[in-house]
Design a protein around this ligand. Structure first.
Ligand SMILES: NC(=O)c1ccc[n+]([C@@H]2O[C@H](COP(=O)([O-])OP(=O)(O)OC[C@H]3O[C@@H](n4cnc5c(N)ncnc54)[C@H](O)[C@@H]3O)[C@@H](O)[C@H]2O)c1
Length: 441
């Protein structure tokens, strides 16, 4: 184990809700290997909240120096940063990744790596020039059941994979959350086929050990947004829930004042930057889709039929692999929530209720000419089916062998992204899109 003087100096940019996973890890279980030396955000209140949380968990600890976004480069120099963890709004990832690499730092970035092809090219070029490392935080690769799928497929359990059928459902609580805040604008998030599906397209690339070549997609805004909401009588006349009597009793509203976490991180911080985290999901201005069908052809010849729905009564996914020697079926029920959430709970970041009902996981191998066999998979504790904890160990712990190649680099980040970018283009043009016409990899 390295001595304390050999600790690497880490900074986190974007101190919203997701950043807590990383600040806790760096200040807690990995404090013998890393020293948290800088926070950077456009919002000083949110950085103060993170410092307050760290002080609660580690009494007597000095606050992490907090820098405004305009002083990111100065922070890297002054704090002699070795590693930057990027957890800011998606459209800003590329700026921080490129500047960190150019300053000689390694980078861990939240997904999606970025939101468009030009930004992805800039990241890949900066990584090449700098020789530094970019790791994309694809926590789903570390979920034990996903690792088991990779092992089974790589071991030939179903022979050669001809096709994959993949359906992902986001429930009315979690799915709606993308329509309450910055994700609702495509310029910020790339739309859900980038922001969310980057996880899923990465899993397919990794499971099959291949990359996408052709993509066709259809999709639209079916449920959320002002037009659909108005047509179905779901709209209410408010823009954001806080202070709006019309939001009372709206099952789609999130009430920031009712949750100490949401109040501290967002409501009490919004005077600085006007970030409203409780927009009406049926208010105008939504430019992303909520229902999308994608057809992909891979370099191996395999095909994928994929569907993402953001307005489902339950949350989870089904994946099936059709192979030359059988079929592998995965069902994961992340949430069976069907009731209206308690006031104020609807906006709790992903996972709280899902974790309560998690574990309904079924991995079934159906070989040709033999009985189907259920594959036992160790259950994963913590967020994202246990993926978060295992990913942190891989990112910040002692280096260990990685036989499943779970560590995702910038090329993996771009390869997952290109399916969503090509799908976005296909939805615009109505034509199939070759991924190399979007981003040559
Ligand atoms: N891997 C996962 O499962 C997972 C889960 C949740 C979020 N995420 C990712 O984490 C990131 C953050 O998501 P979140 O839910 O915490 O969002 P959030 O809105 O809570 O936090 C975003 C933070 O970025 C800051 N920010 C905005 N513009 C900035 C700029 N120009 N410079 C610096 N900081 C800026 C905001 O002030 C805010 O503090 C996103 O990229 C998201 O995709 C990943």
């Amino acid at each position: 184990m390295p001595s304390r003087t050999a600790r690497r100096r880490a900074a986190v940019v974007g101190l919203g809700s997701r950043a807590r996973l990383f600040t806790r890890a760096l200040a807690g279980p990995y404090a013998d290997r890393y020293e948290l030396v800088g926070f950077c955000d456009v919002n000083s209140r949110r950085m103060a909240v993170h410092n307050a949380w760290l002080a609660e968990e580690h009494p007597g600890r000095a606050p992490v120096p907090a820098y405004p976004a305009a002083e990111f480069d100065a922070m890297l120099r002054r704090e002699r940063v070795d590693l930057v963890v990027v957890c800011s709004v998606d459209r800003t990832h590329d700026e921080y990744i490129v500047r960190a690499l150019e300053a000689g730092c390694d980078v861990v970035t939240e997904k999606p790596m970025t939101t468009d092809a030009d930004r992805a090219r800039r990241i890949l070029a900066a990584r090449e020039r700098s020789g530094r490392e970019v790791r994309v935080a694809f926590n789903y690769r570390y979920n034990p059941v996903h690792s088991a799928v990779r092992e089974l497929l790589a071991g030939g359990a179903v022979g050669e994979v001809g096709s994959v059928h993949f359906e992902w459902l986001l429930d009315l609580r979690h799915g709606a959350d993308y329509f309450r805040r910055w994700h609702r604008e495509k310029a910020n998030s790339g739309g859900l086929l980038v922001h969310k599906s980057t996880h899923h397209f990465d899993l397919v690339n990794w499971w099959l050990g291949t990359h996408p070549e052709t993509v066709y997609a259809q999709g639209g805004l079916f449920f959320y947004g002002d037009e659909a909401g108005g047509r179905r009588g779901l709209s209410r006349g408010y823009d954001r829930a806080h202070g709006s009597p019309e939001a009372e009793g709206d099952p789609f509203a999130v009430h920031l004042a009712d949750s100490p976490l949401l109040r501290a991180l967002y409501l009490d911080a919004e005077a600085e930057d006007g970030y409203h985290r409780d927009r009406n999901v049926f208010a105008p201005g939504v430019t992303i889709e909520d229902d999308m069908a994608v057809l992909v052809r891979y370099a191996t010849g395999a095909s994928l039929t994929y569907h993402l729905t953001a307005y489902s009564p339950w949350e989870g996914y089904r994946v099936a692999f059709n192979g030359s020697a059988g079929r592998l079926e995965l069902l994961v029920e992340e949430s069976t929530w069907t009731r209206r959430p308690a006031r104020g709970s609807a906006g709790v970041p992903h996972g709280t209720e899902a974790e309560d009902t998690a574990g309904r996981t079924r991995l079934l191998l159906r070989p040709f000419w033999a009985e189907p066999r259920e594959v036992e998979v160790p259950s994963g504790e913590g967020g994202h089916g246990g993926g978060d904890v295992r990913m942190l160990a891989d990112l910040f712990g002692e280096p260990l062998p990685d036989p499943l190649h779970r560590a995702a680099d910038a090329v993996a980040g771009a390869r997952s992204l290109v399916t969503g970018l090509a799908a976005n283009r296909s939805m615009e043009t109505g034509a199939a899109v070759r991924t190399r016409d979007v981003l040559e990899l």
